[in-house]
Design a protein around this ligand. Sequence first.
Ligand SMILES: [Zn+2]
Length: 387
Amino acid sequence: MKHDLRNPLNHIRTTGVNGLMRTEKIRRCSKCVLPEHTPNIVFDEEGICNYCHTYRKFEYKGEAELLRLLDSQRKADGEYDCIVTLSGGRDSSYVLLKLVKDYDMRVLAVNYRNPFTHTQAEKNIENAIKSLNVDIVRFKLKNNVHERTFRKNVLAWFRRPSPALIPMMCIACKNIWWNILNIAKKHKIRCIVSGGNPLEYSSFKRELLHVSRDENVELAFIKTFYGLLQEVFKNPAYFDPSCIPTMVKGYLFGDPNAIGSRLVGHKITRLDLFHFIKWDEQEVLSRIETELDWDYPREFGSTWRFDCEVDFLKNFMYLKTLKLTEKDGFYAKLVREGLITRRDALSRLQKENKVFFDEMQSVLRKVGIEDITFLAKQGSITKHLHT
Ligand SMILES: [Zn+2]
């Protein structure tokens, strides 16, 4: 059947992803790669941005300190020494490998069965567990709470698109620490290790919520949450009674420093491997690929963040509202840390900042949103040419 080209959705179907993209020259920081659309960005006379000027390199706590903390958790009786949270993505897989093989910890892997997990991430979890011969506990959130809140928040977002509220789609994921802390208690485990990468925290997202990009980590979560609430008040579509408990729990357990986490997780040590040892992309990838048979879907051109399919939608929303994605922020930091060159970052962004329409459609279908004409009404998305 011939599509009616006057219907914008059919236009996308006919022209594919490129139908959504248009090309525009944009200015980027001459030192990192942050584009001119970054919230609160200012360039000096040499074209260097204010994010670069105030940036302080991350200070790692060191492997000796990590080993001291891990040694204090080792048990003699064959019980689990610690939990490792596993998503099937590259960093959490590496953490599991490192803890089991290099640090000889007796690990219980814990996985949240996210309804939007990519099939390749599922395979990676199975392969990792088998290769390392570790036990795993997998859990779901009750009553399809993740799907329900995601559906409502996505629909609310498209009524009044705001970049500050994009993280609201993932509010259910801020609930899972309650479950993880309780699994730890049940197994008498006092230590949880994760793969949180300090370089991944997008500074521009904080700026959107009026929290300084240089804010101290402990205060940042609370301030970010209040910023999010202020934004939510501007869009009444977010006020759905069935979503409020998820928001409250997200506030209580969304971060190790949140009040609920501190109460329930009293006496439980939470560690992020990459706060102690340097995150080295090559080392992470080469070891998990060879030792765990880890892989990623090649069609997206990136090993980062494919494990949750909601990311495809998130990228679309950021491109739509800010003409950038979280990758701009992440690669800019890698440049400042000296981990990749500016040229590398530019070529990655050119390749990876794309709209994956079929994947977005499939995520929306999972929550029963079949009519996606609203996506097509969003207009074109800017594809950047670098200056
Ligand atoms: Zn810069």
